[in-house]
Write a protein that binds this ligand. Structure first.
Ligand code: 1GP
Length: 246
């Protein structure tokens, strides 16, 4: 399966949902179960990754379990070049464009590129930016956070990503953020970019997810809600339905 084609076709039709499974949050077997649930409620792809505690072993075991339990694409959301798994369909080949740390912008990408080629994983070129409050990923990424009230800065990064040839642009508020990406920022980016806009961080309920889709988000990523909620299946079902109705 060509994952980029799959995504672009889906996005062309309707807003897309992706569930993020963090290998550091549960055992591989439970991750497999979450993957099964995500597919059954209509999620379009599964991202595997996290900001801290990712090892070759927990990544590999989790990715394998996820892959064994679902037919929708499994995409690695990488932390660095140390842990890259062959048990995925694709990897976001991403640059944290607003990091102060050159290693996050281009260093890890250079370190990991040969592995991606050798393992035959499809790279999905992506510009990734961290918006306030940024949470853990903003800290470990040493990000110069994009102010919440400045959509034009976010757009400037998005245009730079697009002009550099990146195929996807991701606005990240940070996992567990008290508020998701501001709607005005999503709208500004969507209206002015030709590449798909991803949003993630702090999206917990169907209403928030729907507003993101209405503002123009092409891909809505949820992570924490999968890990925390006891009625995860019911909640995800409602969330995905609300996104797809937009
Ligand atoms: C992944 O930050 C998102 O980019 C996930 O955020 O855990 O808050 O859903 P949540």
């Amino acid at each position: 399966m060509n994952v980029m084609d799959y995504l672009l076709k889906k996005i062309d039709k309707e807003p897309v949902h992706m569930g993020l499974i963090d290998p550091n949050e549960q055992k591989p077997k439970e991750s497999g179960e979450l993957a099964r649930i995500l597919e059954s409620v209509g999620s379009d792809a599964i991202m595997v990754g996290g900001s801290t505690g990712i090892t070759k072993k927990n990544l590999n075991d989790t990715a394998k379990s996820v892959k064994d339990n679902t037919d929708i694409p499994v995409i690695h959301f990488p932390t660095n070049a140390t842990a890259i798994s062959p048990h995925v369909d694709a990897i976001y080949f991403m640059s944290m464009l607003n990091s102060r740390d050159l290693d996050k912008v281009i260093g890890q990408q250079v370190k990991g590129s040969l592995s991606v080629r050798k393992l035959g994983i499809q790279p999905l070129p992506m510009g990734y930016v961290i918006v306030e409050p940024g949470m853990t990923v903003g800290e470990v990424g040493n990000a110069d956070l994009i102010p919440r009230n400045d959509p034009d800065i976010a757009l400037s990064f998005g245009l730079a990503a697009q002009y550099l040839g990146m195929r996807l642009f991701y606005l990240e508020a940070g996992s567990g953020a008290p508020e998701p990406i501001p709607l005005e920022m999503v709208k500004t980016c969507k209206e002015n970019l030709d590449i798909p806009v991803f949003v993630g961080g702090g999206i917990r309920d169907p209403d928030q997810a729907k507003k993101m889709a209405q503002a123009g988000a092409d891909v809505i990523v949820t992570g924490t809600v999968i890990e925390e909620d006891s009625e995860v299946e019911r909640k995800l079902k409602r969330m995905i339905r609300s996104i797809k109705q937009v």
